[in-house]
Design a protein around this ligand. Structure first.
Ligand SMILES: Nc1ccn([C@@H]2O[C@H](COP(=O)(O)OP(=O)(O)OP(=O)(O)O)[C@@H](O)[C@H]2O)c(=O)n1
Ligand SMILES: C[C@](O)(CO)[C@H](O)COP(=O)(O)O
Length: 233
């Protein structure tokens, strides 16, 4: 089964608030997208890559791929309004070709080969998995006003979800087919779709890393730049 790296880069970066979507910002001499692509391109078990980008940035993305000489990028497709629409755009490309999909946020540019390894290994025995890290903070759940504590779950069972998330394509397709017939459907990650619509499917937790952070706010930029330039990665 081929391992396909699915790089989701179709967002607008509203929370970061820069002129360019955050995946096109340059940090330490390269665009965020190029840093992420570099790690997937050089991973020996990633067979090919599909890039999902906003339709207005396809030309720009093609140029990055050409200039950086990424050979594994086989498709660049337009995404959709929400993250899950962008996942669906990639799923559609592989609908007739069963494969392993390793879905990653373009803006987690500090992802390492080891993190990808763990996901690919998990797919040998599980149909769905996600990189995650154990929560070090105690997590509270608020009431709907978001002003009062409703619950403090047992921390030993809590993790922070990262990407990549890995799937056998048939399972993810089945989960999304069910999700799309649910008028209430919304999701912030792809494992959530499997958990909700195919609850009997075990989802393996694989080892993420604390610095595999998602570039979300302006404050993240300098932290990520320092990590990129340090020996940590
Ligand atoms: N419609 C969307 C929304 C998000 N993404 C991608 O999914 C990843 C995680 O999303 P997020 O951090 O929320 O990115 P944005 O949606 O761009 O940010 P914001 O929510 O602040 O607007 C990013 O690599 C983003 O480009 C995507 O491919 N398509
Ligand atoms: C998929 C994800 O990165 C896991 O933590 C996260 O849910 C993406 O959320 P966002 O709101 O699209 O940044």
């Amino acid at each position: 089964m081929k391992n396909i790296g699915v790089i989701l880069a179709g967002g607008s970066g509203r929370r970061l608030g820069s002129e360019l979507p955050k995946q096109f910002i340059v940090i330490a001499g390269k665009t965020v997208l190029a840093h992420t692509l570099h790690t997937f391109e050089k991973h020996e078990r990633i067979d090919e890559i599909i890039l999902v980008v906003h339709k207005d940035y396809i030309k720009e993305t093609e140029e990055i791929v050409r200039l950086e000489g990424f050979q594994k990028v086989k498709h660049i497709v337009p995404g959709g309004k929400e993250r899950y629409h962008s996942t669906l755009a990639a799923l559609n490309v592989y609908k007739d070709e069963p494969c392993h999909l390793i879905i990653h946020d373009a803006v987690r540019l500090l992802v390492t080969s080891r993190i990808i390894d763990h996901v690919i290994e998990a797919l040998e025995s599980h149909a769905a998995c996600t990189a995650a890290i154990p929560s070090t903070d105690t997590i509270l759940q608020s009431d709907t006003s978001r002003q009062f504590v409703d619950n403090i779950p047992d921390r030993s069972t809590l993790f922070q979800v990262q990407t990549p998330q890995g799937f056998h394509s048939d399972i993810l397709t089945e989960a999304y087919n069910k999700a799309l017939s649910d008028p209430e459907f919304f999701s912030t990650d792809d494992c959530g779709v499997v958990k909700r619509y195919l609850p009997e499917t075990p989802i393996k937790i694989t080892q993420g890393l604390p610095f595999n952070i998602k570039l979300t706010y302006k404050e993240d930029l300098s932290i990520i730049e320092r990590l990129l330039l340090s020996e940590l990665k």
